[in-house]
Design a protein around this ligand. Structure first.
Ligand SMILES: [Ca+2]
Length: 657
């Protein structure tokens, strides 16, 4: 996705008058833009235009796309319904590509839309190489890839490696006898002497992880539902068959995979019992430490390296985005691979699990992953189809919009790749069922009322204030969120202060601003428990981010000199609130409650520009006007009289450090 703000064409016929000023008042494009700005929007656009120009000169343009594009997760059942069936489909996504392009995201991760009995809403797959009829056809998928590519948007598919549906032909064959060619494609074990289950392992969705098959008179293992038998990854034929699945989608133009539940791929071959902990879980089972079947066994790294080698044979840097819910930092970091040869983007769930605006905690999470021992690229997210929407998780019920904006400013300005969840850009809230009979998600049915399931975060995208939020005209598969009248794409597109337009401004800025794109992360004000501040800096450019995580107005002082930046002022790049004024004094930045500011530190006006060598007169006598051509090539000029002769010099911006 490459949505650039139009560059400001400032070299109009008024330019000569500007150039005839004194040396120190010579005009750079930024200065001209400053003179014409009338409001925050103008400031933002001008700065982005300036930054776009500097991005043009990037020398790091060969970096893989996934370092700089934002990934947007789509739950296809709920995103867009092109057929008015009450549930979303592939054609619906294609129809919304212009919206996604305008938003500024660069890749779509689409959760499973493969043929499936829908026991686990698509994560029980009965054909890995097809599209489910309710979502469309392979032709629809090809059309989506083609149309997305036109808009510089890539498609990432969900890859469920751990298991298939029990209706998949592989499992049907495997369970048919103990001697068929696929008898060892799943994890089969004999009962214990008393007929009991092989060990005490529990399924994530409740009760024993072992299911007796009456035909084979053996148990098969399932980490999730019994309808989702685990594949046996110790069988090389399984690996080959699954890597062929990966090639199938890569050959169709898929830009990579999100690896579902990758931690569950291998189990302890000795079937060691898990330690039992005190108390019971939401399903009434004993609490357990799943160390022997939810463990990053060494085998996983061999498989991931092999998979990465498959991807690396394709052009344009296909990516692996991992559902890596490791509790220990080092487990997470290990997923990059010891030579960065496994998952490029292991998702860091620490933001998703932080439900408090705790400045110290955020600071710690960022530092840990930003300086990880393998120098792996950080990946951040707040919400997804399994996690409650962060609009509610962090919201205080009063300032949810401001809090959502502030959190957006955080993960869209960090060094790393953010993964958005559809609808977060308009402030969609959870809409949890209130009666068990309304629950669609099976875990909500099993675990009610302690576990209400994941329906609440999977409600239809809110496109407008029309019935069913403009998603469809029939009853949608889940009721739309309660705030759809105010929080929808149509309404927020028209409101310059909406969450949506704030996301758009940040998404544009992070592409064009060199410091945000390439800069190192420099934490600031380490002891502040109320305001999170940091800087991104790169080769003379810097961007400052200041986030008020409290409901009180805060005034902070930011000293950049320890990071080698001597600026005393800053200009707003993007701000969450109109009350945040430009021309900021770094010693006294005032932020409203939950205010968010992204600013560019600037030198004092008299220090901003330095003269270059004596230059030619940019006045083009052949054209009898000030040549835009020359000015564009050489930059702005300044003039001064020496011995009554006008001398012209190109000027350039003095680096901040
Ligand atoms: Ca497994």
């Amino acid at each position: 996705m490459r949505l650039f703000v139009l560059a400001c064409l400032i070299f109009a016929f008024s330019l000569p008058a500007q150039l005839l000023g004194t040396f120190s008042e010579a005009n750079s494009s930024a200065a001209l833009a400053q003179q014409t700005k009338s409001d925050r929007q103008t400031t933002s656009s001008s700065k982005q235009a300036k930054n776009k120009n500097s991005a043009t000169a990037d020398t790091q343009g060969d970096e893989p796309w996934w370092k700089h594009e934002v990934i947007y997760e789509i739950y296809p059942r709920s995103f867009a319904d092109a057929k008015n069936t009450g549930m979303g489909n592939i054609k619906g996504i294609t129809q919304k590509l212009d919206y996604l392009h305008d938003l500024g995201v660069g890749a779509l991760w689409i959760t499973p839309c493969f043929p499936s009995p829908q026991v686990d809403f698509g994560y029980d797959i009965s054909d890995f190489c097809n599209i489910a009829p309710e979502y469309g056809t392979l032709a629809d998928f090809d059309e989506l890839v083609k149309e997305a590519k036109k808009r510089n948007i890539r498609i990432i598919m969900d890859f469920v490696m751990n298991h298939s549906s029990d209706k998949h032909p592989w499992f049907v064959e495997s369970r048919s006898s103990r001697s068929n060619p696929k008898h060892d494609w799943y994890v089969w074990k004999n009962p214990q002497a008393d007929g009991g289950v092989p060990n005490n392992w529990l399924a994530l969705f409740g009760h024993s992880a072992w299911q007796m098959d009456p035909q084979r008179k053996q148990f098969y293992y399932h980490f999730f539902y019994p309808e989702q038998p685990d594949l046996n990854w110790r069988n090389p034929q399984v690996q080959k068959a699954m890597f062929d699945v990966a090639r199938f989608w890569l050959d169709r133009g898929c830009a990579g995979f999100r690896l579902d539940a990758i931690n569950t791929l291998y189990e302890d071959p000795n079937l060691t019992d898990n330690p039992v902990m005190p108390g019971k879980n939401a399903y009434g089972d004993p609490n357990m430490d799943d160390i022997n079947n939810y463990l990053l066994l060494p085998d996983i790294h061999r498989t991931l390296k092999d998979l990465r080698r498959v991807l690396d044979t394709y052009p344009d840097h296909p990516v692996l985005l991992g559902e890596t819910t490791a509790e220990q930092l080092d487990q997470l970091v290990s997923m990059y691979g010891d030579k960065n040869d496994e998952i490029q983007l292991p998702m860091n769930f620490r933001f998703a699990y932080t439900n408090k605006l705790d400045v110290a905690k955020f600071r710690k999470h960022i530092a840990e992953i930003d300086r990880n021992r393998l120098n792996g690229w950080p990946t951040y997210l707040y919400s997804n189809h399994d996690e409650r929407r962060h609009y509610d998780r962090y919201g205080d019920g009063v300032n949810n919009d401001q809090i959502t904006k502030m959190l957006a400013a955080l993960f869209l300005t960090l060094r790393g790749t953010p993964v958005m969840y559809y609808g977060e850009e308009i402030g969609m809230a959870n809409n949890d069922p209130t009666r068990i009979e309304d629950v669609q998600d099976p875990i909500g049915k099993i675990g009610w009322p302690l576990q209400k399931g994941r329906d609440g975060e999977r409600t239809p995208m809110q496109w407008s204030a029309a019935d069913n939020a403009g998603f469809c005209k029939v009853k949608p598969w889940l009721p739309v969120g309660a705030n759809y009248k105010t929080h929808n794409v149509e309404a927020e597109s028209k409101d310059p202060n909406s969450i949506l337009n704030f996301y758009k401004a940040l998404l544009k800025l992070r592409k064009s601003n060199r410091a945000l794109k390439y800069g190192e992360h420099v934490p600031l004000n380490d002891n502040d428990q109320n305001v999170l501040a940091y800087m991104r800096k790169k080769d003379g450019d810097a961007a400052l981010v200041v986030l008020n995580m409290t409901p009180q107005e805060r005034t902070v002082s930011v000293d950049l000199s320890s990071a080698g930046v001597n600026a005393e002022k800053a200009e707003v790049l993007v701000a969450s609130d109109k009350r945040i004024q430009d021309n900021l004094q770094l010693a006294q930045i005032k932020l409203p409650p939950f205010g968010a500011l992204v600013a560019e530190p600037v030198l004092a006006k008299s220090q901003r520009q330095i003269p270059g060598p004596l230059g030619e007169n940019p006045y083009d006598s052949r054209l009898s006007r000030w040549s835009r051509h020359i000015s564009k090539k050489t930059g702005p000029y300044a003039s001064k009289k020496v011995n009554n002769v006008m001398i012209w010099t190109p000027i350039r911006k003095r680096p901040l450090y």
